[in-house]
Design a protein around this ligand. Structure first.
Ligand code: G3I
Length: 414
């Protein structure tokens, strides 16, 4: 699983040959950044320079493992396995890793409204199209994310022609409904036949509100009907697409109760909703597998489907801790958590129709900057794209060390 020898020689390679090439190719400034990146990384030698989503630079030292089972093939017959991706994932070793282990993708940011319609009536599908083309060429499914959300919206959408924030008036309600409708029609039609499932409405529930609806501008200006409208229009634009309401923390009882009520109500009124997307941004200690099972079964009993849409398992238990180097014991614990979760998901066969990880490998994850900037390693492949205990927990749990083995390793490390 871990390759200390390989890691050591990799480290040498990282500091030696590639640093030299880097100096020659990119000048001293980049070299010193690369050196920082190497020394900041797991201690196994970093292979990436991460300077924000759009500028991640990979130094071509990583070798994708070819002698391990393909994740999606192992899970064939249960559900497709997806990864949220960005442009950097469709070239080089990242694309190899993606093609080997995943048969579905979600665009992490490229289909959000702010990206697709930066100014009113002007659509920019460039990046999303590239990712979709990659998926098609590699016979992967595409989940669309997301049509209506309170974040990553273009600044114009909640403003009037004078640039003032829209107040909740009857005129503005009609204006915003029109914008919502135009956006969804354009985007869903553009990807008709390509995107098989949409996260139509994202994070609409807020259990702190007496009625359970998040106070987003969509809600404040249009009212709760924005949800039903979004589903109806998406369905009109692509009747074959599966439509989901996507939400985080769905095991939270209060939130789950509101979501159940909302979905039941939408179904009763004939709104074309196929299921619930459970984001599942989990932690090593939360939520319990029992709560996950209960939640998935509750929605199943309601007669809608479940998809796991944004899975990751943070190595932290709270919002403030920060490890300079993540202890090996925690990485193993995470492996056990993934094992347990996938045992459950396999047991629930037929009730979960897709599982997507929120990222491909630990070198690129939103959790490096949320809730604070810290080293988090939430996915199945490490920063050098190598399979972690998390991967083995799903693919072959017998490769995980026993509890005694973990203690021994931790003891030995001290
Ligand atoms: O694209 C700009 C870039 O031009 C600029 O230089 C840079 C400076 O910070 O920002 C870039 O935008 C960032 C964007 O990701 C693309 O990288 C934003 O700052 C950053 O806030 C944004 O974060 C995304 C986040 O949603 C926004 O809330 C994450 O990548 C993305 O993983 C995350 O995904 C969400 C799901 O859509 C919904 N569920 C929760 C999940 C995690 O937050």
């Amino acid at each position: 699983m871990f390759h200390p020898v390989q890691a050591f020689s990799f480290k040498k390679t990282c500091y030696g040959v590639y640093l030299l090439l880097w100096v020659l190719a990119s000048g001293l400034h980049h070299a010193s950044a690369a050196l920082n990146s190497c020394s900041r990384d797991t201690g196994t030698g970093g292979a990436f320079l991460s300077a924000g989503d759009s500028q991640q630079v990979s130094i071509p030292t990583v070798q994708v493992q070819t002698d391990i089972p393909s994740l999606y093939k192992i899970l064939d017959g249960f559900f497709p396995v997806g990864a949220a991706i960005w442009k950097g994932d469709i070239t080089g070793p990242h694309s190899e890793l993606l093609r080997k282990h995943f048969n579905s993708i979600t665009t992490e940011n490229a289909m959000k409204m702010g990206v697709l319609q930066p100014s009113e009536g002007t659509f920019d599908f460039t990046t999303a199209d590239e990712l979709v083309r990659f998926a098609r060429a590699n016979l992967m499914l595409v989940r669309g994310h997301t049509l209506v959300w309170h974040k990553q919206n273009p600044p114009w959408v909640f403003k009037d022609s004078g640039g003032n924030a829209l107040r909740p008036t009857r005129e503005n309600r009609a204006l915003l409904l029109g914008r919502l409708e135009k956006h969804i029609r354009a985007v869903v039609s553009h990807y008709k036949g390509e995107v098989y499932a949409w996260d139509v409405v994202n994070e609409a529930v807020d259990p702190e509100q007496p009625d359970g609806f998040r106070r987003s501008p969509w809600l404040e200006i249009i009212g709760p009907e924005y949800i039903e409208t979004a589903f109806r229009i998406a369905h009109e634009a692509s009747p074959g697409a599966k439509l989901y309401i996507n939400e985080y923390d769905t095991t939270n009882q209060a939130k789950r109760a509101f979501l159940l009520k909302l979905v039941r109500d939408l179904k009763r009124r004939g709104v074309p909703i196929d299921g619930v997307g459970h984001q599942m941004h989990n932690r090593v200690d939360y939520p319990s597998t029992a709560a996950i099972t209960e939640t998935l079964e509750m929605f199943s009993e309601l007669g809608v489907g479940n998809q796991i849409t944004e899975l990751d398992i943070s190595v932290y238990r709270n919002s403030t801790d920060s490890y300079p180097a993540v202890p090996e014991g925690v990485i193993f614990e995470q492996g056990y958590r993934y094992r347990e979760l996938f045992q459950t998901l396999r047991r629930l066969k037929g009730k979960v129709s897709s599982v997507t990880f929120w990222g491909l490998a630990d070198d690129h994850t939103w959790l490096k900057s949320f809730p604070i900037v810290r080293r988090d390693l939430p996915l199945l492949f490490d920063e050098q794209l190598q399979a972690k205990p998390a991967y083995w927990g799903i693919v072959d749990p017998s490769r995980l060390p026993t509890a005694a083995g973990v203690r021994q390793r931790n003891g030995a490390a001290r």
